[in-house]
Design a protein around this ligand. Sequence first.
Ligand code: FES
Length: 161
Amino acid sequence: MPQRGPGPAPAPAPADAERAASVRAITEQLAGVRGPLLPVLHEVVATHGYVHDDDVPVVADVLNLSRADVLGVLSFYHDFRRTPPAAHRVSLCRAEACQARGAEATVAAASDRFGGSTAVEVGEVFCLGNCALGPSGTLDGALHGRLTPERLDALTEGWEA
Ligand code: FES
């Protein structure tokens, strides 16, 4: 399922010199590991939340790769965000056990409430190991069970829709 919520991503702000220096330091620190590109990109996302277009030439330069090499990896793996993350994230389980416990109603409620929001991203996951307490999901990374539409509303009260 494509991510719901933010709609078309806004263009990221240009990277600044401080960010470029940070990305360069991250890349230089990991340049010696085997297959450094993936670890570098993971660390850039962990540190800055996403990989900015302006990070690409910095990483390519340090690793002696072409920009196309870096962009190819970035576009292949969806876990490498290319835009700033939303303030909040809802991930709802859509695997069988949660579906049997009414997950689709929660998915529909989340889509209705946060569809078009730039502040809340809604995505799907497939089993969080919390099947007995389904429907399950995570809110900003915290696991929740019995996530009915009403409970979702209560737990996300105040989140900008
Ligand atoms: S099926 Fe949803 S947590 Fe396992």
